[in-house]
Design a protein around this ligand. Structure first.
Ligand SMILES: Cc1ncc(COP(=O)(O)O)c(C=O)c1O
Length: 285
């Protein structure tokens, strides 16, 4: 079941509003996207945070909650800030039966999992306690967002979330484009496999350096230059080689910004190889 929203950001707010009467605490992965952090604040519930990607830290936070607690654990599936994936299988094991796992899968949908369904599919998870917020603006190249989960959870979102009830639905043309994109991903499974193959290839070709945050399981790579001079050199190397330097400022990311590279299934292998060489040279100069 799912609920469509005008953006992925709103989908996250809708999760938090939909479950705020059910949950007692929001327990947030420290690297979760701004929309998750905002959603947590909007819920009005007590917020606790744990070290990103660290299931042991999550267990420790959960173990300090009262036995009657119904925690809503919140994380990105694929981290927007640095690529890489949250260990959802371990988070789920840490979760009490009375809790929920909220996954912002903006970067997971269409890119990870055998058929591109996203992070829970990657880990082989099917659990009625999982609720996802997604955007269609990334791998699916459209716009709009959705909350995806069990029917009873969706009922809470439909009846209680102002971000859903009080915000216009996406225009029909967008809904039609989302449907077409989802059907396309379904009909062309080779596209997802190709993206995943390119992600592994890029990862193998990249030098191992502290500035580069990469995970071969995801098409998102972040490069955090150590200073402005190195950022400038990499910008020049990329520009000269015909790449547009993907410099962004991201909420929760480094203050001055960083390079974020997102691969597409339509990139060629030679483009990927060339990009990795240019990065190597640009960072070395
Ligand atoms: C992890 C993550 N979640 C949510 C969003 C918000 O999605 P939308 O742009 O559809 O509002 C973004 C960025 O766009 C994102 O990177």
């Amino acid at each position: 079941m799912n609920v469509l929203t005008a953006t992925g950001y709103l989908a996250s707010l809708a999760v938090a509003q939909g479950l705020r009467d059910q949950a007692t605490h929001v327990v947030v992965d420290a690297s979760a996207h701004n929309c998750v952090q905002d959603g947590a604040r909007l819920s009005g519930l007590p917020i606790l945070s744990f070290a990103s990607g660290d299931a042991r830290a999550l267990r420790s936070v959960l173990s300090n909650l009262p036995p009657s607690a119904r925690p809503l654990v919140a994380t990105d599936g694929v981290y927007g800030i640095r690529g890489g994936m949250a260990p959802l299988n371990e988070y789920l094991l840490a979760l009490p039966a009375s809790g929920w796992l909220w996954v912002d899968d903006a970067h997971g949908l269409g890119s990870v999992g055998p058929t591109g369904r996203g992070s829970p599919e990657f880990f082989g998870l099917r659990d009625s306690r999982i609720i996802r917020s997604v955007t269609f603006s990334k791998a699916l190249a459209v716009a709009g967002g959705a909350v995806i989960g069990d029917a009873s959870l969706m009922e809470h979102v439909r009846t209680r979330a102002g971000a859903y009830l009080g915000s216009s639905a996406p225009p029909l043309a967008i809904a039609a484009a989302i449907t077409a994109a989802v059907v396309r991903v379904h009909r062309l499974p080779g596209r997802v496999r190709r993206l995943q193959e390119l992600a592994r290839r890029f990862s193998n070709a990249l030098p191992s350096r502290p500035e580069i945050l990469n995970d071969p399981r995801t098409p998102v790579t972040a490069i955090h230059p150590r200073d402005a001079a190195q950022a400038q050199r990499l910008t020049e190397a990329l520009t000269q080689a015909g790449f547009v330097p993907p410099w962004i400022r991201y909420p929760g990311g480094p203050g001055n910004g960083f390079f974020r590279i997102a691969l597409k299934a339509t990139h060629s292998r030679s483009q990927i190889d060339r990009l990795s060489r240019v990065i190597q040279v640009g960072l070395n100069e």
